[in-house]
Design a protein around this ligand. Structure first.
Ligand code: GDP
Length: 445
């Protein structure tokens, strides 16, 4: 699946990952190639454009993580953008089938794999969720299609509605509903007629069936190999009938994969399942992470970058600890601590995580310590020069005035901040000395 798209993208990134440093131009030209690869995979132009923009925004200004090449990092950014583009619903595999008997309407063009998918889903519901399923074919124009569903039903051990010659699709749908109710079924699936192209009659028939069945889910089955056409078909079906999700079939083939990427972006409808072969088990819920991995074919790089990012964080913590042990704690360190606290939900957030701290809150309020204080303190630090942050001892009266004015605050607040920095520095030093990294190491884990 996705062979060609994956190959193209791999080529682009192979070149990138081999280079040491990466210039903005390198990224730009690589992204141009990614765009061509996407278009060749039949991803629609607006989607490709949007996708590239997303990657560019993600890449710009992002610090390159040590121990991976910039190219590898771009791969990760592309991967994340793919996942984002592909993600359509939180739990695509969960079908709405409460209130039995729940009707599921299956629609799609002839040959898309509709009947096969109906049976695959029925088998899944039966085996994974223990549901009793009834399947009914409404394809009155093609008796062979009705036979096909009956054969598949026997094969997977799922009941099918007996075929009655001369009945129209609406009557069959009604009979299926009655039968499902009487027979105590959890779900009944209506496999509607397909045609080679969308036409008035097909739509009218599907709409009539929809109106009597009132389906909980209307799943559109489309052939993933048809690329942009699949997306057009989905748009049209959704406009005319309304669908709750898409099943992309033939994703086992070496299709161009573009349909998957464009589908949600263009139609706004989530892909719920992908068909991966002719066998009855060859169906999977749609997982953006997995599909993105297959499209890129570079899962290794993605996890490498993830790991590198984690290592960097650990390394930073280690470095900081060493500085603290030597009694080095400047305004940059303090700023980092303050920002960390902000991230954890401010003073209140940090307090709420510590047992028994509720009482302290009242005292803090009295002392004027609140969440705004954090932002004020950070503003003060931002107002210092690089030199001043690294060495707060430089702060004499005139500098203090300048800094306080820069932050729109009083010098007295700056003095409080300086005191805090000194006290925290002392505390860090003591903690650091308590056995090589003892407490602090624990605290930083
Ligand atoms: P329908 O006309 O839409 O009902 O299509 P069918 O269910 O009869 O499927 C048409 C053909 O496609 C059959 O030979 C199926 O076995 C095949 N098919 C269906 N889904 C898939 C799939 O996901 N992968 C592959 N390789 N073949 C499939």
């Amino acid at each position: 699946m996705f062979e060609s798209l994956s190959d193209r993208l791999s080529g682009v990134f192979d070149r990138l990952t081999k280079q040491g440093a990466l210039s903005e131009d390198d990224v730009k030209s690589a992204l141009r190639e990614v765009r061509v690869a996407l278009l060749e995979a039949d991803v629609s132009l607006p989607v490709a454009r949007d996708f590239i923009k997303r990657v560019q925004d993600g890449a710009t200004g992002q610090a390159v993580t040590k121990s991976v090449t910039p190219g590898q990092q771009v791969v990760k950014i592309v991967h994340d953008a793919l996942v984002e583009t592909l993600t359509g619903s939180d739990d695509p595999g969960k079908l709405k089938i409460d209130n039995p008997p729940a009707p599921i309407l299956m629609v799609g063009l002839q040959g898309s794999g509709k009947t096969t998918t109906t049976a695959k889903l029925a088998k899944r519901l039966k085996e994974r969720e223990g549901k009793r399923v009834l399947m009914a074919s409404l394809d009155v124009n093609r008796p062979a299609a009705m036979e096909q569903l009956a054969i598949l039903g026997t094969q997977i051990g799922v009941d099918t509605l007996p075929i009655v010659k001369g009945e129209d699709p609406v009557a069959i749908a009604k009979r299926a509903k009655t039968q499902a109710g009487l027979g105590g079924y959890d779900v009944y699936m209506l496999d509607t007629a397909g045609r080679l192209h969308i036409d008035q009659e097909l739509i009218a028939q599907a709409a009539a069936v929809r109106d009597v069945a009132n389906p909980r889910e209307t799943l559109l089955v489309v052939d993933g190999l048809t690329g942009q056409d699949a997306v057009n078909v989905a748009t049209e079906f959704d406009d005319k009938i309304g669908v709750t999700g898409v099943v992309l079939t033939r994703m086992d083939g070496d299709g161009r994969g573009g349909a998957a990427l464009s589908m949600r972006a263009v139609t706004g409808k989530p892909i719920r399942f992908v068909g991966l072969g002719e066998k009855m088990d060859a169906i999977e819920t749609f997982e953006p992470e997995r599909i993105a991995g297959r499209i890129l074919g570079m899962g290794d790089i993605v996890s490498l970058v993830e790991k590198a990012q984690e290592t960097i964080e650990a390394e930073q913590a280690e470095k900081m600890m060493k500085r603290f042990q030597k009694g080095m704690f400047n305004m940059n360190d303090l700023k980092m601590q303050l920002e960390q606290m902000q991230k954890m939900g401010g003073m209140e957030g940090v307090m709420s995580m510590m047992p028994g701290m509720g009482k302290m809150k009242g005292q803090m309020d009295e002392a004027g310590i609140d969440d705004k204080m954090l932002s004020r303190q950070i503003a003060l630090i931002n107002s210092m020069t690089k030199k001043e942050r690294a060495n707060p001892k430089l702060l004499q009266a005139s500098r203090k005035k300048r800094i306080a004015r820069g932050a729109g605050l009083e010098v007295s607040e700056l003095n409080k901040l300086l005191k805090m920095q000194r006290q925290m520095g002392d505390m860090m030093k003591k903690m650091g000395k308590m056995g090589k990294g003892g407490m602090l190491k624990q605290a930083m884990k």
